[in-house]
Design a protein around this ligand. Structure first.
Ligand code: C2E
Ligand code: MG
Ligand code: MG
Ligand code: MG
Length: 293
């Protein structure tokens, strides 16, 4: 059970994330070494078309199979890696591994099959290391960067908008697309995304979670979806955990969704199984006419 790709049942994780070990671990972190020793893993969480329940892609989420501490989730090491400047090594590995995996999965699919892979990227890293070059190299190695969405957070856009815009355009030219992650938690407005080459915007899961109890949160989500439609950006809702969340978001015309209601993050062999199956297990929600209303 401690080996699940998703959060929730791992006893190891609970101790490491919340106990004293977490602080000790921060000191012991050596991520470039973790990359070298091949200790990083990717879990893939399905992203679903909310109009019909179709699988349209995955978000790659990094985990660290630590030799002593067991399976670690990003919250236990990404923050520390950012502080010590080691996160670039992780993000590079993730970009490369996700592209390699995507090329392998797409081989079994029709050329025009809709299947995208979202990869997270730490903002600062976007400006400091040459991503465009990395993408070119990945393509040379036979990886598939043409079906990638790079997820960036709002904070990076606020810090140095001109430099970021230039970098995004350069990456766009080598085939990468962009998605704003955790939208609503930072200081940028949707209107400010208008001039950026950003295709998708992810509404932070805190707003989805609060929709039922707080009318302000529901109004905010509704507004983001409407503005997205006007500006031509598809909205992805994070953290869909209940049928009530799904029904509310479908009612608002939200394009895509992701969350435990559909699936926790999966290991690669589970993804292969899913890709080979006729219908995803969550398709039953769309057999219910209420969701479509
Ligand atoms: P994120 O990019 O916002 O990713 C979504 C997080 O929400 C994931 O946690 C996912 O497992 C979790 N999640 C998905 N559905 C649900 C749900 O229905 N309910 C709840 N409560 N949670 C849900 P995870 O995998 O622990 O990742 C946490 C964060 O770590 C990510 O947030 C992202 O910011 C960062 N991260 C993950 N992988 C990478 C990476 O390769 N590079 C960098 N720089 N950061 C990463
Ligand atoms: Mg993300
Ligand atoms: Mg997110
Ligand atoms: Mg989030």
């Amino acid at each position: 059970e401690a080996k699940r790709a998703g959060r929730g049942r791992s006893a190891t994780y609970d101790i490491v994330a919340h106990g004293a070990m977490s602080r000790r671990l921060r000191l012991e972190i050596d991520l470039p070494q973790a990359v070298e020793r091949d200790e990083l893993r990717l879990a893939y969480q399905p992203i679903v078309d909310l109009t019909d329940g179709a699988l349209v892609g995955f978000e790659a989420l990094v985990r660290w199979e630590h030799p002593e501490h067991g399976l670690l989730y990003p919250d236990a090491f990404i923050g520390a890696a950012e502080d010590s400047g080691q996160v670039a090594a992780v993000d590079r590995w993730v970009l490369r591994e996700a592209s390699r995996q995507m090329a392998a999965w797409r081989e079994g699919l029709a050329d025009d099959a809709v299947l995208m892979l979202n990869v997270n990227c730490t903002g600062r890293d976007l400006l400091e290391s040459d991503y465009t070059d990395a993408v070119r190299r990945i393509r040379d190695e036979g990886g598939d960067p043409d079906h990638l969405f790079l997820e960036i957070t709002e904070s990076v856009l606020v810090e140095d908008p001109d430099a970021v815009t230039a970098e995004l355009r350069s990456l766009q030219n080598v085939g990468v697309r962009f998605c704003i992650d955790d939208f609503g938690t930072g200081y940028s407005s949707l209107a400010s995304l208008h001039s950026l080459p950003v295709d998708r915007v992810k509404v932070d899961r805190s707003f989805v979670a609060e929709m039922a109890e707080r009318t302000e949160s529901a109004a905010l989500v509704r507004t983001i979806i409407r503005l997205g439609q006007i500006l031509g950006k598809s909205i992805v809702a994070e953290g869909i955990e209940t049928v009530a969340h799904l029904e509310a978001l479908c009612g608002m015309g939200c394009a895509y969704g992701q969350g435990y209601l559909f699936s926790r993050p999966l290991w690669p062999d589970q993804v292969s199984e899913l890709l080979a199956s006729e219908r995803p297990p969550w398709a039953t929600y769309w057999a219910d006419a209420d969701v479509m209303a």
